[in-house]
Design a protein around this ligand. Sequence first.
Ligand SMILES: [Fe+2]
Length: 351
Amino acid sequence: MDLKTLAERVRAETSLPFTERDAQRILSAVLTSEDIWRIIDLSDVPVMALCTALREMEKASWLEFAKDRIRLTQAGRDLVKQAGIAPARELRCGRCGGRGVELGPVAEMAERFAKIAAGRPEAIQDYDQGYVTEESTLYRIAFMWSRGDLAGKEILVLGDDDLVSLAAALTGAPKRVVMLDIDERLVEFIREVARSEGLQVEALRHDLREPLPEELLGAFDTFFCDPTESLRGFLAFAGRGISSLRGPGCAGYMGLTRREASLAKWRAIQRELLARGAVLTDLRDDFHDYVNWPYIETMRSWQHLPVRRVPGREEPWYRSALIRIELVEPPKVANERLEGDIFTDPEAATT
Ligand SMILES: [Fe+2]
């Protein structure tokens, strides 16, 4: 068996995109760590395909599973050497965590934000929730500020378990902040915090499968959204954001992961964003670290993992890129109702 044959087998078994290069990435990660979550993180191969690939590698006697560890066998070591595969290296910048921006004035509100976030509702599986670390949210605000999309701007947050609306309002810089979420607990929480802290945030309960209310269309300078990762769901939520923008020069921010989205899906997403009148101006990979949610053992991919260990809360393995788009043409998105399941697709791993 060689890497090419292995990639063919994974594709045949899963019908998911999987390349020889993906197999190399997995072996690079295994050379660096024996831990399943580090291997997922380092390899950047979508979890569902990765689980099948690890099993195939074990069948080929390249790997052995020992309790919760994954190790190369002698045959595996020989293959890696012969294929010239080197250990994965992160080389993440120690100062900014690889985000490429300073917190600047946002650092002054970190303590206040931490106190507020301590009272947040816990992530639940019903709405595919899972929030990023407080640090990730603060860096988002700094990044938006640095791009001129925060100060004096009207901002819409579509789905806000990351508390972006509160963090944005804490800076005192935006002209207006509106948040929408389907989760009544979150809407109530944000209203309550806004009231007690004297923050200007309008919180509205809204299901993003429904068309945006008329008064929110074409009304904002900036939107923020961390969509569900199915292709249809991602495009639906991104489309809502785009239709909320005034027009050319307005910006949108989104999270996009490798954990549940192959590069083939990234391409489909990027192509659609371009078709809707936007251009990608920034893409910062691994910008967001997610706090492990309480439903790890019931998420879709758990049963597929070849070795299982519940990761600690602050042991990030699920990361996503921050993407900034800017409209160069008037938005081209229909404000229609979406029917059916928008949360799952063959690569979905955490729903
Ligand atoms: Fe840095």
